[in-house]
Ligand binder design. Structure first.
Ligand code: AMP
Length: 427
């Protein structure tokens, strides 16, 4: 089978690593890829926003299956364009990708199908939004409706912050993505992520995984794309798992089908475990980054037939199996991230780091030049490890990090520490 993977992050390196291990695959390309992905796939310099150039490449190379990593091409309808050209692709249609592409769309779906979520209202002008804010009071959450590279959500603890967020969004800080604003009840509780594959009819959950969004240790500093993750997490019990499947995931799949826009791909739910039970606060429509890195390390089943089953409506016959070992990933980022940072610093010691038992290094923003690996983005490396416990995986990952020579990089030192504390308490 000929497969083309789209994307260039740590998520795509992990996917490339897992797809390349499938005996079904005879050739794997990745567009545009990165220096690490180049070890698993042939990287091609395609502009993935240009759907016709992706289709031309598929035709010229007899590509059987396209796997779409990031959300932007999904929301732009690349899966529909590929389907119209007779090319099968993993990921939701443009309509179904609205679950990530429009916060208002998801809130309306929740209302229509009784999916638990915070109270909300949608606005297209600042005056009405401000009146609602004043009626509700702080804390409250202000969200740009569309894709805003993870920056379109303001959790406002005071009215001043909330009013400033409304003004910023209607002033065009996020362009068209902020033309509509959703104002949502502040939900308190433990925040977890929940992942499932869906074929439009049914869904099967992926292993539990927890990410770390803030840039600094002890959840300090601004939000990022994610600074680390581990799996499994002790905070999603069997009971919580069943509640989320029954009250959130399966009603979403049924609702999307009933509307005539079935969801096929990865449903990634952001869920708050509130005193009133789990409540959905957002959907993403693709694998997490960095959660995908730990999912791929723990997935025992071949991922290629699982993704094909999603496309073909055959998931009910499918069983995903997982290794019992834990997996953990620590993101190494360029100093300055998530703000401004420099590109081009040299990273050394990767082979020494990868030599530690259980360690796998997935690249994100890297490039290679004259045999050297250079930093080429904000999030640059995912130093991952497996182990019998999260404690063992964490120790291995940080041992590997200590072998990497990259003075311009940094990482959090506490990835997985809550699970490690739980393992210690449980003896
Ligand atoms: P997002 O960019 O949509 O992932 O949202 C960023 C963060 O905002 C989430 O990870 C949550 O921590 C927080 N958040 C979003 N919605 C709510 C809510 N209704 N209540 C409390 N926190 C929220």
């Amino acid at each position: 089978m000929h497969i083309l993977l789209l994307g260039s992050g740590g998520r795509e390196h992990a996917l490339a690593w897992k797809i390349a291990a499938s005996p079904l695959v005879t050739k794997l390309w990745c567009a545009p890829g990165n220096a690490g992905i180049a070890k698993e796939a042939e990287c091609v310099a395609l502009d993935i926003a240009d759907h016709s150039s992706v289709i031309d490449f598929c035709r010229a190379n007899a590509v059987d299956f396209v796997v779409v990593g990031p959300e932007t091409p999904l929301v732009a309808g690349i899966v529909d364009d590929l389907a119209a050209a007779g090319i099968k692709a993993f990921g939701p249609s443009k309509q179904a990708a609205q679950l990530e592409g429009s916060k208002g769309f998801t809130k309306a779906l929740c209302t229509e199908f009784g999916i638990p979520t915070g109270a909300y209202e949608r606005f297209t002008n600042a005056a009405d939004a401000l009146a609602y804010l004043r009626a509700k009071g702080a804390p409250i959450v202000v969200k740009a409706d569309g894709l805003a590279a993870g920056k379109g959500v303001v959790v406002a603890m005071t009215m001043t912050e909330a009013e400033a967020a409304v003004a910023m969004m209607f002033d065009g800080a996020f362009g068209a993505a902020g033309a509509e604003v959703v104002i949502e009840e502040f939900l308190s509780g433990r925040e977890i992520s929940f992942f499932a594959l869906s074929d439009g009819e049914t869904a099967i959950a992926l292993a539990s995984a927890q990410d770390h969004k803030r840039v600094f240790d002890h959840d300090q500093g601004p939000n990022t794309g994610g600074m680390g993750a581990y799996s499994p997490t002790p905070f999603v019990t069997d009971e919580i798992h069943s509640q989320i499947m029954a009250r959130i995931i399966l009603p979403t799949v049924a609702g999307m089908k009933a509307r005539g826009t079935p969801f096929r791909g990865v449903l990634y739910a952001g869920v708050m475990l509130t005193a009133d039970g789990p409540k959905l606060f957002e959907y993403n429509v693709r694998f997490g980054d960095p959660e995908c890195q730990v999912h791929m390390l723990r997935m025992m089943s071949d991922i290629v037939p699982a993704m094909l089953a999603c496309c073909d409506g055959q998931l009910k016959n499918f069983d995903l199996r997982w290794f019992p070992d834990s997996a953990l990933t620590v993101v190494m980022a360029t100093k300055g991230y998530p703000g401004d940072y420099a590109k081009g610093s040299v990273i050394e010691g990767l082979d020494e780091a990868a030599g530690i038992e259980g360690v796998e290094i997935f690249h994100a923003g890297t490039t290679s030049k004259d045999g050297k690996i250079l930093a080429n983005g904000g999030r640059v490396l995912n130093v991952c490890a497996t182990g019998k416990t999260v404690t063992e995986a964490q120790a291995r990952a940080y041992r590997a990090i200590d072998r990497i020579k990259w003075p311009q990089g940094f990482c959090r030192r506490d990835i997985g520490s809550q699970a490690v504390a739980r393992e210690k308490a449980d003896g």
